[in-house]
Design a protein around this ligand. Structure first.
Ligand SMILES: *Cc1c(COP(=O)(O)O)cnc(C)c1O
Length: 221
């Protein structure tokens, strides 16, 4: 299958899932290009895709630079290490989806202020309660969200991000999405609820996700 066909297939599935929620429920697709080459990203661009996600700062920088003539949106979706903050600030991504603790937010804020920059970000929530996953505990999410909003003037929090539970049990995956969406619905002014990957995005949309991050289903055979 070529990229256009892959994209059409994914968009149709997103469309079916979102319509089942509401005609007014709009979902944005982020193509996760972490396993893809610049050539593959160009092919996806030619098929109409504009927003791409990377989980390593270094990869984001390299691909952003190589594709600087293209009007792309870069989303950072990986765990951010402190020693990479200044590089990420320089790359100036469209959205940092994976802010996952206060200390990190404070350091990021400091670098942003020094560079007179602002960034949009999401708070990552570990709704599946898995030790292998980054993210704040659901019970603490609202407090941490408020604290970052108050203390970090250069970070504009736009909502939340989660990775669904790592299991074949649909009920447990659904529960993890519902926990995140419930937190999202309690945040005043939040507009982005980023949940859903290749194997679970339709369920995520049915649980209220309005941003899906899809990699393998778009880029692999
Ligand atoms: C890799 C990744 C994705 C995409 O996963 P696929 O299963 O390939 O669709 C989405 N979100 C995050 C945070 C990722 O690291």
């Amino acid at each position: 299958m070529n990229y256009k066909d892959k994209m059409d297939t994914v968009i149709q599935k997103i469309e079916d899932a979102r319509i089942s929620v509401s005609e007014h429920h709009v979902v944005k697709l982020i193509a996760v290009s972490k396993y893809s080459t610049v050539q593959e990203i160009k092919a996806m661009y030619n098929a109409g895709q504009r927003a791409f996600g990377e989980n390593k700062v270094q990869d984001l920088i390299v691909k952003e630079n190589e594709l600087e003539d293209f009007p792309l949106e870069w989303h950072f979706i990986g765990h951010l290490q402190k020693n990479k903050i200044k590089h990420l600030v320089k790359a100036n991504p469209f959205l940092i989806q994976s802010l996952d603790n206060i200390a990190l937010a404070l350091q990021l804020d400091k670098h942003l202020q020094a560079n007179q920059q602002q960034v949009d970000a999401l708070l990552q929530i570990n709704s599946a309660n898995e030790i292998t996953k980054s993210g704040v505990a659901p019970e603490q999410a609202l407090d941490i969200y408020d604290e970052i909003s108050q203390r970090c003037n250069s970070i504009n929090l736009k909502g939340v991000m989660s990775i669904g539970a790592h299991t074949d049990d649909t009920k447990i995956i659904q529960q993890s999405f519902e926990i995140t969406h419930n937190i999202y619905s309690k945040i005043n002014g939040a507009t982005i609820c980023s949940m859903g990957m290749s194997h679970d995005f339709e369920l995520a949309i049915k649980c209220g996700s309005n941003m899906v991050r899809i990699g393998s289903m778009l880029f692999q055979d």
